[in-house]
Design a protein. Structure first.
Length: 368
């Protein structure tokens, strides 16, 4: 039981080190993302700081609780070790040891069950957080590639001054070129009002862009000259060309982002696999040490038993010699005292060895 407790403590230390390493990496990433922000964003991030503070307090409370449980288990184990140092051959003492062992085992099992439940709940929370982050990332990608959102930005006076600087830092070149074209030519309708542009599109689609659309378009577009329609037709052709390039560029950009995401995921999985192998190797080494300690303990017990049996054989041999001595003629007067003392010494040694062998066999559960 004591050996199992030692192994459990070693395993618990390894698990704590592994998750402490992961926690340090997560905290490092969190600090880089949350606190490396401009001052005008502090209002939004103050909410996250408050959440972090509460989570920090909860972690400290949980840590204190775990340390208290482990300290209680360790104290019980030490108390049991002290009891084993002074073994008493009584049934009350054996019952007391049994009760202490059961108490330690129940405490260890309770601790393991509680930690397993906490770990399972943390895994569920982690999965939920990953799913929510994935959904949010998709929304951000849609925002970045949404033409309507970009149009609203372009309509602002400040955006007209720094459109290249604002968009060029975040979007592909084709997207920036398309948005610049819209800004310079009057938006998605080429400077025309919605009614004229819709009539133009209706005729253009009907004739599939052929020159035959011109006469019919002039009938629908009152107040527009032939030159106006030709210029709008050239504008619309360039609009379609740039829009197609933009869509293709966004598609490639998304594919690139997906590849990078998959590569990062593979690197993360590879790192976790390496850590898992290291953890398994440490577990195997701990198990090997436990087996070696058990083998050494068994060898010591066997050696002690063999020593007791050899001493018992020696006593029997000396008793045989004593019997032979009794059959011999009586010793001279000056040898009588020495012979009696020798016999008393043999009896004392025999009694001591018998008691020692009985106690050892009884308390080591050695089969007789």
């Amino acid at each position: 039981m004591l050996e199992n407790s030692t192994v459990l403590q070693s395993v618990a230390c390894l698990v704590c080190q592994y998750y402490f390493f992961r926690l340090a990496n997560v905290q490092k990433d969190k600090t880089g993302c949350l606190y490396n922000r401009k001052s005008d964003s502090r209002a939004e991030y103050s909410i996250l700081e408050e959440m972090e503070r509460k989570m920090s307090v909860n972690r400290k409370t949980e840590k204190t609780k775990i340390l208290q449980q482990l300290t209680k288990i360790r104290n019980n184990v030490k108390r049991l070790q002290r009891q084993l140092e002074d073994v008493k051959p009584t049934s009350e003492f054996v019952d007391k040891l049994k009760e202490m062992l059961e108490e330690i085992e129940n405490a260890v099992n309770t601790f393991k069950d509680e930690q397993r439940q906490i770990y399972e709940q943390l895994l569920k929370d982690e999965k939920t957080a990953v799913n929510e982050l994935s959904i949010f990332e998709k929304k951000v990608e849609l925002w970045a590639t949404s033409s309507s959102t970009t149009e609203k930005v372009l309509k602002l006076p400040s955006a007209r001054i720094s459109v290249n600087k604002t968009l060029g830092n975040h979007l592909p070149e084709e997207v920036v070129e398309f948005e610049r074209f819209l800004q310079q030519t009057g938006g998605r309708q080429g400077g025309w009002d919605d009614g004229d542009h819709q009539n133009f599109l209706k005729v253009w689609t009907k004739h599939r862009g052929r020159l035959s659309y011109m006469d019919e378009a002039l009938e629908y577009l009152c107040g527009r000259t032939k030159e106006d329609v030709e210029q709008h037709g050239l504008w619309y052709q360039e609009f379609l060309s740039l829009q197609d390039r933009k869509k293709e560029s966004i598609k490639k950009w998304k594919e690139k982002q997906q590849r990078e995401k998959e590569e990062n995921l593979k690197k993360k999985e590879k790192s976790e696999i390496v850590q898992s192998f290291q953890y398994e190797d440490q577990m195997q080494k701990a198990e090997e040490r436990r087996r070696q300690q058990a083998a050494i303990s068994a060898w010591k017990k066997q050696k002690a038993i063999t020593s007791v049996m050899e001493q018992a054989s020696q006593v029997k041999l000396e008793e045989g010699k004593e019997k032979k001595t009794k059959r011999m003629p009586a010793p001279l007067p000056h040898d009588v005292t020495g012979g009696k003392e020798y016999l008393r010494e043999l009896k004392k040694r025999r009694t001591a060895l018998s008691i020692h062998a009985y106690n050892y066999v009884k308390f080591t559960n050695f089969p007789v």
